[in-house]
Ligand binder design. Structure first.
Ligand code: ZN
Ligand code: ZN
Length: 396
């Protein structure tokens, strides 16, 4: 049995009777002043205001007990910023992702930064007041995958905002000290919250085993796709082509990290791949294709765009099953890899890339909202407004 703190907080996640705080609808702008007055008093009254998903499209604010430090290696973090991710929005609008289904109310959010408030007696590397990026998945540390260093594949992972584990959209959250990464001097809390999607991109790009001078095609210019472009650049890729169906996203990708872009057309995957190769002078095809979209036509084009012996990495999550060009994958002798979350060294490298100025992650932030406006952030992300929306800390 894992003695992880996320489990601890789940055990303690039972709502306190009559503690639910009803906040005014964040979308009623004409009552903004009233709303502000109300939310402020609620926030100060609440000890650990949390943003809870109750069912499909049903969220509410709830006051929950402050999680306790039970393991001596744990720390209590006051959450400062949380980015909203496609997976949070998916749980909100569908109630499940693949095998993970919501069966009881769950706090959302997993891309967070915060301030250390309290430390357990065995904590050596952190002190109250430290700013940290929070790695939100705690593995068992005992299983065979954990022992071989691939803890993202742990059989008993407790991952924030993946049922049944509560997420980080609360005022307080408990984590083991080694899952909190101290932000170097000069790095903001906003940047700290972007370390999670950047760590995802680091993991995807590591899976691609890029070599200096390789050409890379990245499908999907959302936050993770954009960050994959930036990481690929740091890993020495010569050509980085971002692919999407939305022009504004491609324009952003070009300014951010891609060396070229391709707007996917409503033609066959083979045709899109052939056009992409021709327009970008990729010769016999790209060395590496990364899918950060999960869209079936992108996956197909990703296989067709590769040279013989190329590498394909699936990072995006879309439909469970698709039509897949398996003959091309076979005859081109491609290396096919999946990528799931992040593992040993990924968070550390993500923090380093930002602190050394190599990935300007904060440029992805299109909007910041207050904690009390959390639902609006979900509406915006679902509608595709902006790239990354951050939610402020409760009571800030
Ligand atoms: Zn995420
Ligand atoms: Zn494990």
């Amino acid at each position: 049995m894992g003695s992880t703190t996320t489990e601890t907080s789940t055990e303690k996640a039972e709502p306190v009777p009559d503690s639910s705080v009803s906040l005014p609808n964040s979308s009623s702008k004409n009552k903004e002043e009233d709303a502000q007055a109300d939310t402020c008093s609620c926030s100060t009254r609440a000890q650990n205001l949390s943003f809870v998903l109750e069912g499909v499209n049903k969220v509410r604010f709830e006051d929950r007990p402050i999680p306790e430090i039970k393991n001596p290696h744990d720390v209590l973090v006051q959450v400062k910023y949380t980015g909203i991710c496609g997976s949070d929005v998916h749980y909100w609008s569908h109630g499940s992702i693949g095998p993970y289904a919501l069966t009881s109310p769950m706090v959302l959010g997993h891309e967070s930064s915060g301030t250390i408030i309290k430390i357990g007696p065995s904590v050596r590397t952190l002190e109250p007041g430290d700013s940290v990026a929070m790695e939100p998945g705690v593995p068992c540390r005992h299983c065979i995958r954990c022992k071989e260093g691939k803890y993202n594949l742990c059989f008993d992972m407790a991952f924030a905002a993946t049922p049944p584990y509560d997420g980080t959209l609360a005022k307080y959250y408990v984590l083991p000290e080694d899952f909190c990464y101290k932000l170097p001097l000069g790095m903001s809390m906003e940047e700290g919250a972007l370390i999670e999607p950047l760590a995802v991109a680091v993991h995807v790009t590591k899976q691609a085993s890029l070599r200096h001078g390789d050409s890379v095609v990245v499908f999907g210019a959302g936050p993770v796709g954009l960050l994959c472009c930036a990481v690929a650049r740091q890993f020495g890729a010569s050509k980085i082509i971002a692919v999407d169906i939305q022009k504004p996203r491609l324009e952003f990708a070009r300014q951010f990290a891609a060396t070229a872009t391709y707007e996917s057309q409503r033609v066959s995957a083979q045709e899109n791949a052939a056009n992409l190769i021709r327009e970008n002078d990729l010769g016999v095809g790209a060395d590496v294709a990364i899918d950060a979209s999960g869209a079936e036509p992108s996956v197909q084009a990703g296989i067709h765009v590769l040279r013989t012996g190329g590498t394909y990495v699936q990072g995006g999550m879309g439909k469970d099953d698709i039509t897949f060009p398996i003959m091309a994958a076979c005859t081109k002798e491609l290396t096919l890899k999946g990528s799931f979350r992040y593992s040993s060294g990924d968070y550390k490298l993500a923090v380093q890339l930002v602190s050394e100025g190599k990935v300007d992650a904060k440029r992805l932030i299109s909007r910041k909202v207050r904690f009390e406006e959390a639902e609006q952030a979900f509406v915006d992300v679902k509608a595709g407004r902006g790239i990354k929306v951050l939610i402020g800390g409760s009571g800030d």
